[in-house]
Design a protein around this ligand. Structure first.
Ligand code: KG4
Ligand code: ZN
Length: 334
């Protein structure tokens, strides 16, 4: 059987990424150009700056990905591109590049949902065993996704307000830490004790939804109230207490859902999967369970194109094809 070689293109937020993946599981090349430095002084991603960076970077990253893999466009079985969700101007750069290549070289084109990509990052490290549950935690998403088979996604819970990573970044901002704040809070959390009693939004007893805005406000109020009394709370204590609350809710709900849906595997996905507190707590919670926990390496948890190629390979094998009318869909549903 001939190898399937899929190129993935990802430009939904602030990374310009192109990768080539063999048979949906093996990374042949994986190039990521990050713009974080350009957005840092604004404390978050500025959409117009993101689009411009993608335009400047896309051909360079494309050529690097081909060179690293030692292949040409003629060798590709398909082009997979993130069609949404994300920033519309950013998505458009990837979509237009993918369409241009597909048209010029007569290569099949598939559109990929960004979250499907995050989930399929796991297939690059471990075979997927169904049914499975994926906890997707990133700057824009917090979702529990149930999968009965390849390409089938059922969102059983999601955030009703802020995404987990968004809450991390906002709390970090309150503590005057640089953007993105997640890794800084994570580091501080390990230097302090979670002694502050911060809220945990469990919501309705059977709900798998999440809510982090109340927690975020509680942290901000705690800081301001202390300041009014002329006191300061150690940032390590704030970070540790905030992280304990986030991790407690994420792990408890994931474990409960995994048991209820009788899954074989739990996959961690998204940028917040880099969080050491979350990784450790999940590992601890699942050691006693007959459920396999898969946590990809950090480089595959944050935005990359290998995950888009991996998800795109499944779509390609299922016969899914996009036409030249493929468009960026900033609010695309999974
Ligand atoms: O998946 P990702 O790279 O981009 C999105 O699709 O959103 O996720 C980025 C998010 C940011 O909010 C960042 O602060 C968070 O992941 N993050 C972390 C850690 N590393 C990255 N959050 C908590 N702890 C970390 N160690
Ligand atoms: Zn992402």
């Amino acid at each position: 059987k001939k190898d399937i070689l899929v190129m993935g293109i990802e430009t939904s937020c602030d990374e310009t990424a192109v990768a080539i993946v063999k048979n949906g599981t093996e990374i042949i090349s994986n190039i990521v150009s990050s713009q974080i430095e350009s957005h840092k002084r604004f404390g978050g991603v500025v959409p117009e700056i993101a689009s411009r960076h993608h335009v400047e970077q896309i051909t360079i990253v494309l050529e690097e990905a081909l060179a690293q893999a030692g292949v040409t466009f003629a060798d590709l079985s398909a082009i997979a591109v993130t069609e949404g969700p994300g920033l519309v101007g950013a998505l458009l750069v990837g979509v237009q590049a993918a369409k241009a290549i597909a048209f010029a070289h007569d290569i099949p084109l598939v559109g990929v949902h960004h979250i499907a990509g995050h989930i399929y990052a796991n297939r690059l490290v471990q075979e997927m065993k169904f049914p499975l549950l994926s906890l997707v935690v990133s700057g824009g998403h917090t979702e529990l996704v149930y999968m009965e088979k390849h390409g089938s996604f059922e969102v059983i819970g999601e955030t009703r307000d802020d995404a987990a990573g968004e809450a991390y970044d906002k709390v970090a901002r309150t503590l005057s830490l640089p953007y993105p704040g997640g890794p800084h809070i994570d580091r501080l959390a390990h230097e302090g004790e979670p002694t502050l009693d911060l809220p945990r939004a469990w919501l309705e007893p059977d709900s798998y939804d999440f809510s982090f805005s109340g927690l975020k406000s509680a942290v901000i109020n705690t800081v301001h109230n202390a300041a009014q009394r002329g006191e300061t709370i150690a940032p390590e204590t704030l970070a540790a207490s905030f992280q304990a609350s986030v991790v407690d809710v994420l792990v408890t709900k994931t474990l409960r859902a995994a048991k209820q849906y009788e899954v074989k595997q739990v996959l961690l996905a998204g940028g917040v999967a880099a969080n050491k507190g979350l990784r450790n707590a999940l590992e601890e919670a699942f050691t006693a369970e007959p459920i396999e926990l898969v946590i990809p390496p950090l480089s595959l948890c944050t935005d990359n194109a290998a995950m888009i190629a991996a998800a795109g390979t499944i779509a390609y094998e299922k016969g899914k094809r996009a036409t030249m009318s493929l468009n960026a869909q900033p609010g695309l549903d999974l």
